[in-house]
Design a protein around this ligand. Sequence first.
Ligand SMILES: [Zn+2]
Ligand SMILES: [Zn+2]
Length: 145
Amino acid sequence: MASTSIRKGGCLCGAVQFEVPVPAPSFNICHCRMCRKWCSGPFMGVHCDGPAIFSDDSAITWFRSSEWAERGFCGQCGTNLFWRLADPATPIYVVSVEALEDRDDIELERHIYIEEKPARYEFKDDKPRITEAELMVELGITPPD
Ligand SMILES: [Zn+2]
Ligand SMILES: [Zn+2]
């Protein structure tokens, strides 16, 4: 396992600039309905060791997208940047791989919420594909529903 690296990132217009601690250079592709609606496609997220540190947070906007999670985006250009659990007792932070400046070494780990993926698109990789239930067991959390 690689050691944590600090990665710089930002939105399309530059009004949001941040650094995040990335413990492993890998990302998940989330096929859940909310991510797809949010991104106009699946969300490609990198797990972070902690929250983003902002050097410019003038436009970061947080939206409570469900009972248990929040999504951060640039209120100026609309770039989707962050997903996090709302409960600080279970700190899980995810950043969009495409928001990071250095990302060429970040590799696809797996697909999540595969049971929500529609039939109209398909990825050709052979990485693992797991369901919400499998992910919740792994994370040790119980989502309210
Ligand atoms: Zn922006
Ligand atoms: Zn999702």
